[in-house]
Design a binder for this molecule. Structure first.
Ligand SMILES: *Cc1c(COP(=O)(O)O)cnc(C)c1O
Length: 394
């Protein structure tokens, strides 16, 4: 496999001016990724700050509800800041520190990655700028305020559609002009090499813990893994450890939104119409129109609302290592309510897409089989939106 490629996907499609900093980052990551001191420090923050290992919880009532395989939930929702994004933010900020950078920047759409970045910047005393589309800032006022509380500066982006893809372009532009002292923390397993590899490695703690924990729960028996896919970081973190285990069937759940029409969903791999192309520095599948223009995608869930997908998923898709499927808004909201009522756990709407796939999978499972669903985040951030969808006044 050539450098930074997953089959034919991945690579470094960036302006010339960004190349030196990617090369520097790649060298630093190569140097530290197996360095015992670096890994011990990361481990310490995972354990003492973020709250790892997260529970592998046996959802007994949900299992009874379906009457098939035993269902376990990997509880990334219990992490500090409420989702898996902190795994990556901690890894990258530690690397930035090793590289002698004292400022971090990030892009954010719904604000979740911005909050995770602002959190680790506060912890390490680094200056932090978060680029966010002006439209998204209006939609996500609470997260904008959270970032400010954490000491970050939120930079409104008013180019293009004033949303995530414009914020990403703006962050790249800013980075190119401040290369010496600034590290760019990308929030998912996307972007130019080495980001997809680096983010995957930081998130792979999820799958490694599942491997350990399932040994104790079932003696190691595991038949199915399910995770939701936006850019694909919690999913690659779940699947990577099991990539060569053919007996473990892996499902990546994309947002099927309000229907199959172009622009009504955020499916990049499970959509028969999607094709590979270049977005944000990498060659991967992406949602595009007939002329190859990236289209605006839609999902009820802001965290899944991304027109691209990590390049390693593109390879897993073509090689049949993971099956990518779609779950629509309504199915996700039904699953959200089901988990609240059956288990007393309020899941993120993103994670509810993964949970909703149980509805399709479980009728074909047997009682002695085992399924693990990664619960990527908690749903406190989503209750207002869900109330609106359900027509409740709050
Ligand atoms: C951001 C987010 C996602 C989607 O991002 P991935 O990189 O695909 O994991 C999923 N769930 C939650 C809770 C998120 O905050």
């Amino acid at each position: 496999m050539s450098k930074g490629r997953f089959g034919k996907y991945g690579g470094q499609y960036v302006p010339e001016i960004v190349m030196p900093v990617l090369t520097e980052l790649e060298a630093a990551y190569e140097k530290y990724k197996n360095d015992p001191e670096f890994l011990a420090e990361l481990r310490k923050y995972y354990v003492e700050y973020a709250g790892r290992p997260t529970l592998l919880y046996y959802a007994e009532k949900l299992t009874k509800h379906y009457g098939g395989a035993k269902i376990f939930l990997k509880r990334e929702d219990l992490l500090h800041t409420g989702a898996h994004k902190i795994n990556n933010a901690l890894g990258q900020v530690l690397l930035a520190k090793r590289m002698g950078k004292n400022r971090v920047i990030a892009e954010t759409g719904a604000g979740q990655h911005g909050v995770a970045t602002a959190t680790v910047a506060a912890l390490f005393g680094m200056e932090c700028k978060v680029f966010m589309g002006a439209v998204d800032m209006e939609r996500q006022k609470l997260n904008v305020f959270r970032m400010k509380l954490l000491g970050a500066e939120v930079v409104p982006v008013t180019t293009g559609t004033s949303t995530l893809k414009d914020a990403t372009s703006e962050a790249i532009r800013y980075w190119a002009a401040h290369i010496e002292d600034t590290h760019y923390i990308i929030g998912s397993a996307v972007g130019p090499h080495p980001y997809p590899t680096m983010v995957r490695d930081f998130q792979s703690v999820i799958g490694r813990e599942i491997r350990e924990q399932i040994k104790e729960e079932t003696g190691g028996r595991l038949d199915y893994l399910i995770a939701c896919v936006g850019g694909g970081s919690n999913a690659i973190g779940t699947f990577y450890e099991f990539r060569n285990d053919q007996s473990v069937k892996k499902f990546g759940v994309e947002a099927a939104g309000r229907g199959p029409a172009v622009g009504d969903n955020a499916q990049t791999l499970s959509n028969p119409a999607s094709r590979p192309g270049v977005l944000h520095g990498a060659y991967s599948y992406l949602a595009q129109d007939e002329d190859g223009q990236v289209i605006e995608v839609y999902s009820i869930s802001a965290g899944l609302d991304y027109p691209g997908v990590g390049p390693e998923h593109a390879m897993f898709h073509e090689e049949g290592i993971v099956k990518y499927v779609g779950i629509n808004d309504k199915e996700a909201i039904d699953a959200f309510q089901l988990l609240c009522r059956e288990e007393g756990i309020i899941p993120a709407v993103e994670s509810s897409h993964a949970l909703a796939y149980l509805e399709k999978l479980m009728p074909n499972t047997k009682k002695d089989e085992v399924v693990v669903v990664t619960l990527s985040g908690r749903g406190d951030k989503d209750v207002q939106q869900v109330a609106k969808v359900l027509g409740e006044e709050i």
